[in-house]
Design a protein around this ligand. Structure first.
Ligand SMILES: C[S@@+](CC[C@H](N)C(=O)[O-])C[C@H]1O[C@@H](n2cnc3c(N)ncnc32)[C@H](O)[C@@H]1O
Length: 465
């Protein structure tokens, strides 16, 4: 990684003995100094002065271009991100005018200190300095791999599906949906990239196969098809599955229209189709990537199970409503002070549901992360389970498990996977859960031997609630 050569020192801000520089000028002066001294880490501008489609935040960082070091400013609008690179000599002035016209707050991170400009509700701004959060300057290589951006102008399906206007602008009431898609593709980009799936040796000249369970209107399905085939250039067949007949007809219609419409880039090599089916009835076959975004209740469990059964390298699920565990859930006596409130019981049983799902995926040879894929300002159902198959996680034939708690996966570190299942069983017992759908499916398929669990209606400790 190259570092920036320090630019010539910026002229110090004009000092007036009568009027000391205001907070905004002090912040801009700190930025100019950081740029000239080579200490800039990054900056953020926030609290937009405008609504509508104006930028709501902006982020600055150094990049090394052919023309030399620049300050790259990414402006985040509700419907799109816009990046502009500014020569260092003009950068502080440019950011200063953004502060005057577009943003009220600013945060500057340098290796010698953090500098903050904060404006209160009465419009009074304050400048403050804090100890440095970062002590090393970041590298300044320009992004080597072009990031995928879901650009409405280049994604005609967004207009067809009603997310964008015909001239390629995201509709304001669809901005949250668009953000979710963008966020998910960014995670797919990272997870699939690290999974090894894209390596030619792993693909062996075959098409990849991706399935979107409970795909609804197919926003994400189309975007994933575009991402793999158009952006990565990796032939990938994509199938959306949903029990909603009208939506599947609509999606197939859009897919057909776009494939035949003249003037579009060369058709992608992977198929895109939508199938009317319950997720429980759909035979996924062998699958590389399986996603399920807000599939209702236990449809998420079925999707996770189908990912395991199809030996998917990557399984990503964003759970929706979770109704299965709540009626079963009982708080143990020692947790009653916290869990006597129904609100907390609701939240806790949701958390328990996803914790169990994560452990059960790990019992099947997957590495699991549970993350918030987007701010809960955009959707409160913002938890994503990301499971990537470990190298040893190829599943065994059903029926290969004998001992309770044992796991069917030859060659796997059995102890570790079995330990995850024991943890799941212990959690179920602690909260008096007798049945969890993903576990039942894995046990039913012989991929897990049933661990100890309560029978429905088993008598409870009188202290539990
Ligand atoms: C909340 S929508 C989410 C749609 C889409 N994934 C998205 O996020 O835009 C849930 C979808 O799951 C479908 N669904 C729910 N349970 C299903 C099941 N058992 N089999 C097939 N589809 C199901 C519904 O028909 C609905 O279209």
């Amino acid at each position: 990684m190259s570092q920036l050569a320090p630019a010539p020192p910026a002229a110090p801000p004009a000092a007036s003995p009568a009027a000391p520089p205001g907070p905004g000028a002090q912040w801009v002066s700190a930025l100019a100094h950081a740029l000239s001294a080579g200490t800039l880490v990054k900056l953020t501008l926030s609290k937009s002065r405008h609504r509508g489609d104006a930028a709501q935040q902006a982020f600055g960082r150094l990049v090394q271009l052919k023309a030399g070091p620049h300050l790259s400013i990414l402006s985040r609008h509700p419907s799109r991100d816009v990046t502009v690179n500014h020569p260092l000599a003009a950068a502080a002035r440019t950011v200063g005018s953004l502060l005057e016209t577009a943003f009220e707050n600013a945060h500057l991170f340098t290796t010698v200190g953090d500098f903050e400009l904060r404006t209160n509700k009465k419009g009074v701004a304050r400048f403050s300095r804090h100890p440095a959060t970062f002590t090393e300057p970041p590298g300044v290589e320009h992004d080597r791999v072009k990031r995928y951006v879901l650009d409405p102008a280049k994604a005609p399906y967004l207009a067809e599906l009603g997310i964008a206007t015909p001239d390629g602008h995201i509709k304001s009431d669809k901005a949250d949906k668009y953000r979710q898609m963008q966020s998910i593709i960014k995670i797919v980009d990272e997870v699939v990239g690290k999974s090894g799936l894209l390596e030619p040796a792993a693909r062996q000249d075959r098409r990849l196969r991706l399935i979107d369970m409970g795909c609804g209107k197919g926003y994400l399905t189309f975007a994933l098809h575009d991402y793999f085939n158009g952006h990565l250039g990796i032939p990938t067949d994509v199938i959306g599955v949903d029990r909603n007949v009208e939506l599947m007809a609509l999606c197939n219609g859009v897919a057909e229209r776009l494939a035949v419409r003249p003037g579009l880039p060369a058709p992608a090599t992977g198929d895109l189709r939508f199938v009317v089916s319950g997720v429980e009835d759909f035979d996924v076959g062998d699958v590389d990537v399986l996603v399920a975004l807000h599939a209702c209740d236990t449809a998420t469990d079925i999707a996770l199970y189908k990912g395991v059964a199809g030996n998917a390298a990557v399984v990503m699920a964003v759970p929706c409503c979770q109704k299965e565990l709540r009626p079963q859930f009982r708080a143990p006596r020692d947790e009653l002070p916290m869990l006597k409130h129904d609100t907390f019981k609701d939240r806790y049983s949701q958390m328990l549901t996803d914790a169990l799902r994560g452990l059960l995926m790990e019992s099947q040879g997957y590495r699991t992360r549970v993350i918030e894929f987007i701010s809960d300002a955009h959707t409160h159902r913002n938890v994503m389970i990301v499971a990537t198959r470990r190298a040893w996680g190829t599943v065994a034939e059903p029926g290969a498990v004998a001992e309770p708690g044992a796991v069917a996966e030859p060659g796997a570190p059995r102890g570790e996977a079995a330990a995850r299942y024991r943890e799941a069983v212990a959690l179920k017992a602690r909260y008096r859960v007798s049945e969890q759908r993903l576990e039942s499916l894995l046990v039913g398929a012989g991929r897990l031997a049933a661990g100890e669990s309560l029978e429905p209606g088993a008598s409870l400790d009188p202290g539990d609630a």
